[in-house]
Design a protein around this ligand. Structure first.
Ligand SMILES: *[C@@H]1O[C@H](CO)[C@@H](O)[C@H](O)[C@H]1NC(C)=O
Length: 364
């Protein structure tokens, strides 16, 4: 056998190492990412050794064709045996290193529920054109949402809930035309909702609860055809409730509780597809619209802690179902109607009004 034959063999060996392994540059990027984190209890990074980062590296997976790293999935709360053996949930400190951005084929970054990861969201992630999922829920990440987040044209999930993120919702966010799930709950976001929020045409869940958002609810949100769950509760939103929210095709949950919303309740909300409606703790006034009917179906209808006046409309009894209803802490007056749903509600649903009477309160 000649030298040429050995050369061919050597070449084959090198090629197959590249085909089966991960590119050395991806491996180096992962090791730099790992170096910025400290995970003391489970040892998840102990598996990050050897040359093939596509094989048995905990939480790493590669595209089978390109052999490039495609997903980082590190969850601090999971059913994985590693957690059962340790009898605890995960805890990790450190920060998300910008070296993650050298993994240019990344499709998902899930670094969730580690409780102690701080630092900021690396700005460079907006240059990862294949990103579909960014899930950083349940850490101590601070700083802002990257201003040019709108570059991520394939992003379907953006979840940074339960962190310490501040600043405004960047205007570019409305360029995320693939976004289906937006969860920014429980952070320190301030400023107004982008006026063109409705450009998020694929959105089905918009969860922005527990921030410091101000300004009005843009009525055009109702143009988001697939929106099923809108949670704006526990903010400082003001203005009135757009009537158009009650005319949305699939909106099922509308939580606007604990804001500074004023004006009257749009009648459309009570004859819509909304089954979970919480308007508690605002400054709503006027009467409860007398428009309930067979289309009205509520598992939760909470209107407590407002300035509602007048009597409880008789049409409530014609709703097809009302599970939990709370009208307490308003200025309602008059006789509580008989029949369903009033026969299964307790006094606490009616207390602290001006002059409601009849079962389950005192006789009139
Ligand atoms: C409605 O919102 C209020 C205020 O945020 C909250 O206290 C209450 O539990 C909510 N109601 C229901 C039924 O979840």
């Amino acid at each position: 056998m000649g030298v040429g034959w050995y050369f061919t063999l050597a070449l084959l060996a090198v090629t197959s190492a590249v085909v089966n392994g991960c590119p050395p540059s991806d491996r180096a990027a992962l090791l730099a990412f790992k170096a910025a984190l400290h995970e003391p209890y489970l040892g998840i990074f102990n598996s990050w050794t050897g040359t093939d980062c596509c094989h048995n590296w905990y939480g790493v997976s590669c595209d089978p064709e390109t052999r490039r790293v495609a997903d980082i999935t590190l969850r601090g709360e999971s059913e994985d045996p590693i957690f059962e053996r340790a009898h605890r949930t995960g805890y990790m400190t450190g920060y998300i290193s910008p070296s993650i951005c050298r993994l240019t084929r990344l499709s998902s970054i899930i670094i969730a529920d580690w409780k102690g990861i701080s630092g900021e969201i690396p700005r460079c992630i907006t240059y990862l054109p294949f990103l579909r999922i960014v899930d950083l829920i349940g850490n101590r990440i601070s700083g802002v949402i990257p201003a040019d987040i709108g570059r991520l044209q394939r992003l379907t999930v953006l979840n940074v809930a339960d962190n310490l993120i501040s600043g405004r919702i960047p205007p570019s966010i409305t360029n995320l035309k693939s976004l289906m799930h937006l969860d920014l709950r429980n952070n320190r976001l301030s400023g107004e909702l982008p006026g063109d929020f409705h450009r998020l045409g694929m959105l089905s869940r918009a969860l922005l609860s527990r921030n410091q958002l101000t300004g009005p609810i843009p009525g055009a949100i109702s143009r988001i055809y697939r929106l099923a769950d809108l949670d704006l509760s526990l903010n400082r939103l003001s203005g009135t409730i757009p009537e158009s929210l009650g005319k949305m095709a699939v909106l099922a949950t509308l939580n606007l509780d604990f804001n500074k919303i004023s004006g009257t309740i749009p009648p459309s909300l009570f004859s819509s597809g909304i089954s979970n409606l919480n308007l508690s703790r605002n400054a709503l006034e006027g009467a409860i619209p007398d428009v309930f009917g067979p289309r009205s179906y509520f598992t939760v209808l909470d209107l407590s802690y407002n300035n509602l006046r007048g009597s409880i409309p008789k049409s409530v009894a014609s709703a097809s179902y009302i599970g939990h209803m709370d009208l307490s802490h308003n200025h309602l007056c008059g006789r509580i109607p008989a029949g369903s749903p009033f026969d299964h509600l307790e006094a606490s649903s009616f207390v602290y009004n001006d002059c409601l009477c009849g079962k389950p309160l005192k006789a009139c």
